[in-house]
Design a protein around this ligand. Sequence first.
Ligand code: ZN
Length: 106
Amino acid sequence: MEWFFLPWTLMAYLPGDFNATWHGSERNRYEPPGSAEKWLIEIVYETVAAETRCTRCGAPLERPRLRAGAWPVRVATRCRGSARHRHRAAVSRAPDGLHTDPLIRA
Ligand SMILES: [Zn+2]
C-alpha cells in the first residue's frame, strides 16, 4: 500500500467544535488537539501501522501511541521484530486540514 507512505492531507469534515476551533481566532489555532482530532489521527495511524512493515526487518508494526498534548501530534510505534525498531510520524494542523507524515523508522 504505497500511498500510505506519502504525506497527505485529511480534510476537516468533522462537525462541531473542530471547525469552530479551526476558523476561530489566532489564539484558538494554537489550542491543543481536540478529542475528534485525536480520534481521527488514532484511526488513521492504526490503519497505517496495520498495513506497514518495518523497513529494516520486515516485521509488522505494533499499535501506535499518540502524544497529543500539543501540535504537532507525535505518533510512535515499534516493530514486532526482535530489534523492535522505532517508527515515528508527526501530524500538524494546516488551513486545509490535518497534515500527516508517513510512519518512518526513527
Ligand atoms: Zn524492525
